[in-house]
Design a protein around this ligand. Structure first.
Ligand code: KIV
Length: 287
């Protein structure tokens, strides 16, 4: 039984928000799947409630990505991220979003050992955060795990192509650009779809490969460094607003947040030193 068939196309409508927001509709897994080949899906990472509140206004999906290890915690890569990190940030993002589908990444070491281990950890993520789905890295190798989770009520977003958690075996972060490697990634895409993934992140692949994958599967492909030939796009929020000092070539910076923050902090420091802050208007008067 393919889990895709258990997610009714008829249910492909947004459901009333359960969190009480008036007139707001929550994106659902079936509604997300129904956008295959239609209006592009807008996805961003979020790790905190206030960023989630901002992104939730325009996004279809918020990903609590394990990239938070680097972006928030200053780690050198994602390998040190724990289930506890993901749960804590997942809780914050769920509190900040009442419209987008919220997906939490499974960190390295939390799902690879066996489908049973993956279920135990993924169900903890769902229970303790209130998120709607999980994401895990892996193609054909992870298909049995994806099938196990999807059949037990856990929607899975797969992640193929460049897989950051495999950086040690791959010898770094290597985009898939060599045509000889295309067939293996297409097989990964087909395997995760067949196993019941509701969508697949395609990271760091050449444009013709992204196009081939998007045509080979009937689930939405969400690209990052994978050209416009996908059903949607995802970026790391801090990369695209200009908060990270260095970003990969595939990132477009839509803002200059670091400069704005530096200017604000410098002005604050200056005003404190000059005794210009706090002013009268920021001071409690005696009753
Ligand atoms: O961890 C992450 O942020 C991700 C996205 C970049 C897809 O996996």
């Amino acid at each position: 039984m393919s889990t895709r068939s258990t997610i009714s196309k008829k249910a492909a409508i947004t459901e009333p928000d359960q969190s009480g927001g008036v007139g707001r509709k929550r994106m659902t897994v079936p509604a997300f799947m129904a956008r295959k080949g239609a209006e592009p899906l807008v996805c961003l990472t979020s790790y905190t409630a206030h960023v989630a509140r901002i992104c939730d206004e325009v996004c279809d999906l918020l990903l609590v990505g394990d990239s938070l290890g680097m972006v928030i915690h200053g780690m050198p890569n994602t390998l040190g991220v724990t289930l506890e990190h993901m749960i804590m940030h997942g809780q914050a993002v769920v509190r900040g979003a009442d419209k987008s589908l919220v997906v939490v990444d499974m960190p390295f070491g939390s799902f690879e050992e066996s489908p049973e281990t993956a279920f135990r950890n993924a169900s903890r993520v769902i229970k303790e955060t209130g998120c709607h789905a999980i994401k895990l890295e892996g193609g054909r190798d992870m298909a049995p795990t994806i099938r196990y989770l999807a059949r037990r009520g856990i929607p899975v977003m797969a992640h193929i192509g460049l897989m950051p958690q495999a950086m040690n075996t791959a010898g770094g972060y290597k985009a898939v650009r060599d045509e000889a490697a295309f067939e293996a990634v297409i097989s990964d895409a087909k395997a995760v779809e067949e196993a019941g993934a509701f969508s697949v992140v395609v990271e760091g692949v050449a444009a013709p490969l992204a196009d081939a994958i998007t045509h080979a599967v009937s689930i939405p492909t969400i690209g990052i460094g994978a050209s416009a030939n996908c059903d949607g796009q995802i970026l790391v929020f801090e990369d695209m607003v200009g908060l990270m000092p260095r970003v990969p070539t595939f990132v477009k910076r839509y803002g200059t947040m670091e400069e704005m923050m530096c200017a604000a902090v410098a002005q604050y420091a200056d005003e404190v030193r000059q005794r210009n802050f706090p002013g009268e208007e920021h001071t409690y008067k005696k009753k």
